[in-house]
Design a protein around this ligand. Structure first.
Ligand SMILES: [Zn+2]
Ligand SMILES: [Zn+2]
Length: 134
């Protein structure tokens, strides 16, 4: 499974048989981070993903008192990586950055108080007002 930024210099590779834990997050910060109505991140065990290329980081505080770090390409600005200090054993790759369009669906949808009223995620998933994303 390969993910890359828009310009292609930053990549993330995970094993093909990896079963990522996919979270859709409707919080304000994920909306700003992605420029989309919600963020979708595929989480893998730390160490299962190999990153290559230049990566800049931005770290913000979360409402649980931890931090969330976004990794983005300094050339094209694509937000590719996400890491929550509360869950140091996993690392996230932005779902939309994967080249394969057969992407796994989210199993959790969090911070739904920020969800746009016209967003309706299909499938079997847990819905939360507050989140465990960060
Ligand atoms: Zn780039
Ligand atoms: Zn979020």
């Amino acid at each position: 499974m390969k993910a890359s930024c828009q310009c292609g210099q930053l990549t993330a590779i995970a094993p093909d048989d990896a079963q990522p834990y996919v979270v859709a997050c409707h919080c304000r910060d994920c909306r700003k981070r992605t420029g989309s109505p919600f963020g979708a991140m595929a989480y893998f065990p730390l160490g299962a993903v190999t990153f290559a290329g230049k990566l800049c980081e931005f770290t913000r505080a979360t409402d649980s008192g931890h931090t969330f770090t976004t990794g983005f390409c300094p050339s094209c600005g694509t937000s590719l990586m996400g890491r929550a200090s509360r869950f140091p054993e996993i690392i996230g790759v932005a779902l939309g950055c994967f080249d394969d369009r057969a992407l796994p669906a989210p199993t959790r949808s969090v911070y739904e108080q920020g969800k746009a009223p016209w967003v309706n995620l299909l499938g079997d998933m847990a819905h939360h007002i507050q989140g465990r994303d960060s």
